[in-house]
Design a protein around this ligand. Structure first.
Ligand SMILES: [Zn+2]
Length: 323
């Protein structure tokens, strides 16, 4: 009798453990679909609501923090993965309209966005405001020195002639990022949607001409500028949700400010370069920057003499201003 009771107790303990296991498993599946107070049965439903960062503003919109999620976005027939983000509590009336606009404006990248960890000094040359006739001159110097760089492109500058130059940038193995379509601060930074609208134009144009879908971008004026400030957090969150990563710089040649000279460009670069193991150097290849290509050979020689190699930004962690 006593043995039977012990057996029964053991059986009950065993059954409750099994039950608990199934309960936990079921609960795990359910919680994967519960955000805030709303249950979502599939990741498809969740995908529309995910956006990154922007704690204060998005929380005001009723969004809550979610750690690590892999998301299938049915709007774009592409898989996007986010490290972490905010998810709405499901109240569609609070969802900004722009998340439904520009359905082709999504990026997917193979880049791991990590800086070299073996102690190498690597310099990342970047050129903004092209393409222009000056871009070709820059490309020739880069070829001569056998190095690769990154170009942040203005959509509006891609006319018939410059389209071939942009193709040349890709053909010669450099990395392309989006800068802007019109480069007019008052227009592009008016709202999140106006930025996306402008960006989408440049993005589509670049893809149309080169077949490349850029996944990195650079804000006109950098991410720390007065025009952008009001919408910055929300905009970065939306751009990140769409798969884009932005890069500022930590060394500037100041080659598009005032009246630069060969001396001033070199001096500006040499002043800050050595402070970084992986400097990101801002230069310009726009039509109003003819001097840059002329001094570039000397600038590269100087940087090399300080022990740096060169690479494109997809081999560096994002360089972003603090704000
Ligand atoms: Zn610019």
């Amino acid at each position: 009798m006593k043995d039977k009771i012990i057996m029964l107790v053991l059986l009950l303990i065993f059954l409750s453990l099994i039950g608990r296991l199934f309960y936990d498993k079921a609960n795990e599946e359910a919680t994967a679909g519960i955000i805030g107070k709303v249950e979502y049965v599939s990741l498809d439903e969740l995908a529309l609501f995910v956006t990154l960062e922007n704690e204060v503003q998005l929380n005001k919109q009723g969004m809550v923090w979610m750690d690590g999620s892999s998301i299938w976005d049915h709007d774009i027939t592409a898989s996007i993965t986010v490290e972490s983000g905010y998810v709405s509590d499901g109240d569609l009336s609070r969802e900004p309209d722009y998340v439904h606009h520009y359905p082709n404006l999504y990026a997917k990248s193979e880049a791991d966005y990590k800086s070299p960890t073996d102690g190498r000094k690597v310099c990342f040359l970047t050129f903004d405001d092209g393409p222009s006739a000056n871009t070709l001159k820059v490309l020739d110097v880069l070829d001569e020195k056998k190095i690769k760089a990154t170009f942040f492109v203005i959509g509006e500058e891609i006319n018939k002639e410059n389209a071939n130059i942009l193709k040349e940038v890709v053909k010669r193995g450099h990395l392309i990022g989006v800068h802007t379509h019109v480069h007019d601060y008052n227009k592009i930074y008016k709202s999140v949607d106006s930025f996306l609208k402008d960006y989408d134009k440049a993005f589509q144009k670049i893809e149309e001409v080169t077949g490349v879908r850029p996944y990195i971008y650079r804000f006109p004026g950098g991410s720390y500028n007065h025009y952008l400030k009001r919408i910055r957090k929300e905009l970065v969150a939306e751009m990140t949700r769409r798969g884009f990563t932005y890069y500022d710089w930590n060394v500037s040649g100041e080659d598009s400010v005032g009246s630069p000279t060969a001396y001033s460009i070199k001096k500006n670069i040499s002043r800050d370069l050595n402070r970084y193991r992986c400097p990101v150097v801002l230069l310009h290849d726009g039509q109003t920057n003819p001097l840059t290509a002329k001094v570039l050979g000397g600038v590269i020689d100087y940087i090399e003499s300080k022990g740096y190699e060169f690479d494109t930004l997809d081999h560096r962690e994002p360089c972003q201003f603090r704000w």
